[in-house]
Design a protein around this ligand. Structure first.
Ligand SMILES: C[S@@+](CC[C@H](N)C(=O)[O-])C[C@H]1O[C@@H](n2cnc3c(N)ncnc32)[C@H](O)[C@@H]1O
Length: 271
């Protein structure tokens, strides 16, 4: 697939909007217009995306460097024009394996271009609501040993699964499938700190994409980690959820911002 096709779509899509938040090039005019609409009421959205992306990268680094995780399943990966999971893993260790999954087929086609010749990686077109299809996919079976610890990355993706599709059961089916000693890294947007008017304006823009989004409360997001051991998000912190920018931050006070507070994030270990 060519990058041009990806940038020529006339409906905004989440992957393109996210890429634009992060200053990338894999986005269309429609993606950029949607983001600019959001920025009118929510200028901190760019900061929110960076805080979330930083959480993904810091959590992967910690899993690989401190906890010895060598294999990752990154669902709703997006593959933006940004330091991706396999690059973070490669900074820490050789021989890491990463299966990227996304429901946007153009993201996956672009992933095939990006990952061509990169050992230990694959890009799979699937919906997070299909755990059997993802876990049983030939690329997953080739790269991931479910008897060894896995880093499950569900970062900024559960908001696209409505309550009616029980996102908690969806997440649990991945957790159930992986070995003890595996980790779940998950972030999700929250409306806890935002004025309803602003949340409504953001939700309205996403409603015009193929994947409407839902912001959830702290308790709803914490439930994704049921049965798991939450790790302290930063040195001296209590185990639990925090805002995306704070997770793994060296200077927690400096990392706090209005943008960061759009996402709760946590990492937990499967006992
Ligand atoms: C906001 S981006 C997050 C990218 C990356 N995980 C991160 O946090 O930096 C969300 C991604 O999830 C994908 N997505 C949306 N709904 C999905 C679904 N039901 N199953 C799999 N992927 C989905 C979108 O196509 C998009 O690439």
């Amino acid at each position: 697939m060519s990058q041009a096709r990806h940038t020529e779509r006339d409906t905004p899509v989440v992957a393109g909007m996210y890429d634009y938040y992060l200053g990338g090039t894999a986005n269309s005019e429609a993606d950029r217009a949607a983001v600019e609409e959001i920025r009118k009421t929510c200028p901190e959205i760019i900061d929110a995306a960076w805080a979330n992306r930083g959480f993904l990268q810091r959590s992967v680094k910690r899993m690989a460097a401190e906890w010895g995780v060598r294999q990752f399943i990154d669902i709703g990966a997006g593959l933006p024009t940004q330091r991706n999971t396999h690059e973070v893993v490669a900074e820490v260790t050789a021989g890491g394996r990463v299966v990227y999954v996304d429901s946007d087929e153009e993201v996956i086609a672009r992933g095939h271009d990006l990952l061509a010749g990169v050992d230990g990686t694959a890009a799979v077109h699937a919906d997070i609501r299909d755990p059997k299809g993802i876990l049983g996919h030939p690329d997953t079976l080739r790269l991931i040993d479910l008897d060894e610890p896995v880093g499950l990355l569900l970062v900024a993706v559960t908001q696209f699964v409505p309550d009616a599709d029980d996102p908690w059961a969806v997440v649990a089916s991945y957790v159930d499938a992986v070995a003890p000693g595996s980790y779940l890294a998950l972030s999700a947007p929250t409306s806890d700190f935002q004025a309803p008017r602003i949340v409504d304006s953001v939700v309205k823009v996403y409603a015009a994409t193929p994947t409407p989004a839902k912001a959830r409360s702290r308790e709803e997001i914490r439930r994704f980690f049921d049965g798991l051991e939450l790790v302290p998000p930063y040195e001296g912190g209590e185990p639990g959820l925090t805002y995306a920018g704070l997770w793994g931050a060296e200077d927690v006070e400096a990392a706090d911002s209005d943008g960061s507070r759009w996402f709760y994030a946590a990492v937990a270990r499967k006992p």
